[in-house]
Design a protein around this ligand. Structure first.
Ligand code: PEP
Ligand code: MG
Length: 543
């Protein structure tokens, strides 16, 4: 048995086989060959393997998501068999005397460029597909095509690191646990693991290598330990831990339907954070009283192009309707920094966290912003909507946002489209600037929501993505608590409410502090709602 130590970011236990996550766009190297016929044969074999994988994926998709969605795998099969595509690969191998991987990669680039230059939107979108089929063939050529994650069953997904978009597109039904070589506790990947309710370890270091693929392992998300080939004793200790966790969870279930009230009678709202309609089940099961943060950027991360007004409207409406009149606070998209999307075409930045992100993109590229606001306003008639804006640093930004909102309302009225006249407008307090001028911001909005993840990184000057800085990241630092306290005073002096939607909201060591500051709402991952309720109900502020 071997033990790899990392940092646990979601306390739970999992036992199963490892599947090492491989990026599909692996670097391809050009190599000269004396035997082009052999390379052509390798290509044909890899192609056959791809076709059989695509057939399996088609069958599976047909059962799980229906004919329309399964069609994509049929299209991929056709593209893989396309004569022009195949001729191009074989020609490059023959004429340049090079390896098959290189010939496929060059063909992929050439075809993708041709597709991208077409006027027809449908054909343009095929650029991504030709890359996709080529990556599959390359993976099969390099022997990486049969990752465990491609097969049935559940796996412990190990990876160097996972970007937020990779994490959201992973097939959740196959993930037993996450273990990454790099990563930090406040990264969105860690946040996603918590919201998915699965054991997760980050920062496992160099020992976490691709050789572990297929090995039996156990993940202890409490201690941050990954056991490779665990022995009987370890397995029985971990199984007992798993059982005890289940018993604790079962006890927490008894708190469903109970109030969030301290022993001395102080009340607080406990809401949940979500990334999209798929998380609603967890919100309802855990008895959250509302949604305090819907990270709408996940709609963008999950799609291959800007989600249309209709796609967004449908998602927002679904969440509002499912919450049946309970408050739903949707944050406008927070793209940029670690949440990068190719189709946004953002420039590479030296300091992305201090860069072109969130409201800065929205106020600059207003078409994107206006589409989202139209969708939000149209959806507002289906429930109790609050809209909040991320990365605010000035009063002027808020006034500009309000102007755009009013303009869109007039536009909708002129088109005969309805919206609610009862939408709360709030901002995130996640920059020190916003906290320090919170007394000036409060009159401009209906509520504040403190994003402690970013507030921590900007106050302490610790990049939330950099695992090396974990020892310098004291999330309970007095500077952060003072900024939050000041924001709470500013809100209350103006008769406005304030919540916390960053990860610190679920830190039960601070629950008493939040209550004393008069924080009105804590919005946490759905799986933490009942644990925070438990803490609130055991707190006595008279002591
Ligand atoms: C935060 O910064 O605390 C927050 C809630 O937003 P995100 O984690 O999505 O940046
Ligand atoms: Mg933030």
């Amino acid at each position: 048995m071997k033990i790899i130590q990392g940092k646990g970011v979601y306390g739970a236990v999992a036992v199963g086989k490892i599947s090492f996550y491989r990026r599909s766009d692996a670097m391809v190297v050009r190599e000269k060959t004396d035997d082009p016929e052999q390379e052509k044969l390798r290509f044909e074999k890899a192609k056959e393997k791809s076709l059989s994988q695509l057939e399996k994926l088609y069958e599976k998709a047909l059962k799980e998501v229906g004919e329309t969605n399964a069609q994509i795998f049929e299209i991929h099969k056709m593209m893989t068999e396309d004569d022009d595509y195949n001729e191009s690969v074989l020609n490059i191998i023959e004429s340049q005397q090079v390896n098959a991987e290189y010939a496929v990669a060059v063909t992929a680039d050439n075809f993708a460029q041709i597709f991208s230059a077409m006027d027809d939107e449908y054909m343009k979108a095929r650029a991504a597909d030709v890359k996709d089929i080529s990556n599959r063939i390359i993976a099969n050529l390099t022997g990486q095509g049969d990752t465990a994650a491609d097969t049935d069953g559940k796996y412990i997904i190990c990876a160097d690191d996972l970007t937020p978009s990779e994490t959201v597109t992973l097939d959740k039904d196959k993930v037993l646990a996450f273990v990454t070589k790099y990563g930090s506790s406040n990264s969105h990947t860690a946040i996603l693991a918590r919201s998915m309710n699965i054991p997760a370890i980050i920062g496992a270091g160099e020992e976490l290598s691709a050789d572990l693929d297929g090995k039996s392992a156990a993940v202890d998300g409490f201690t941050g330990k990954l056991y490779i080939d665990p022995d009987e004793k370890t397995l029985s200790v971990l199984t007992e831990k798993q059982e005890s966790e289940k018993r604790k969870k079962a006890l927490l279930q008894e708190l469903k339907g109970k109030e969030n009230i301290t022993l001395d009678g102080t009340r607080i709202n406990i809401f949940a954070n979500i990334g999209g309609p798929r998380d609603i089940g967890a919100v309802l099961i855990n008895d959250a009283e509302g949604i305090g943060l819907f990270r709408s950027e996940f709609l963008y991360l999950e799609s291959e192009d800007f989600p249309t007004e209709q796609v967004q409207f449908t998602a927002y409406k679904k969440v509002l309707e499912s919450m049946a009149g309970k408050k739903v606070i949707i944050r406008t998209m927070d793209i940029g920094a670690d949440k990068q999307i190719d189709y946004f075409g953002l420039d590479k930045e030296d300091n992305p966290a201090l860069g072109y992100r969130a409201i800065r993109i929205c106020l600059t590229e207003q078409d994107i912003f206006r589409t989202q606001l139209r969708a939000l306003l149209r959806a507002s008639v289906y429930g109790r909507l609050g809209i909040m804006f991320p990365m605010i640093t000035s009063v002027e930004e808020v006034r500009k946002i309000r102007e755009i909102l009013e303009d869109i309302k007039s536009e909708l009225t002129a088109e005969g489209l309805k919206y609610s006249d009862n939408i709360e407008i709030g901002i995130m307090i996640e920059t020190p600037a916003a906290a320090v001028i919170s007394d000036r911001l409060a009159p401009e909005v209906d509520f504040f929501s403190v994003g402690t993840n970013d507030l921590t990184q900007y106050t302490l000057a610790v990049d939330r993505q950099n695992p090396k800085l974990e020892p310098f990241c004291n999330t309970h630092h007095e500077a952060i608590l003072r900024l939050i306290e000041f924001a709470a005073q500013s809100a209350h002096r103006c008769g406005k409410w304030i919540g916390i939607c960053g990860e610190l909201g679920a830190d039960t060591e601070l629950t008493e502090k939040w209550l004393k500051m008069g924080i009105d709402e804590l919005s946490v991952s759905p799986s933490f709602v009942l644990a925070v309720r438990d803490k609130v109900r055991k707190t006595d502020l008279r002591k």
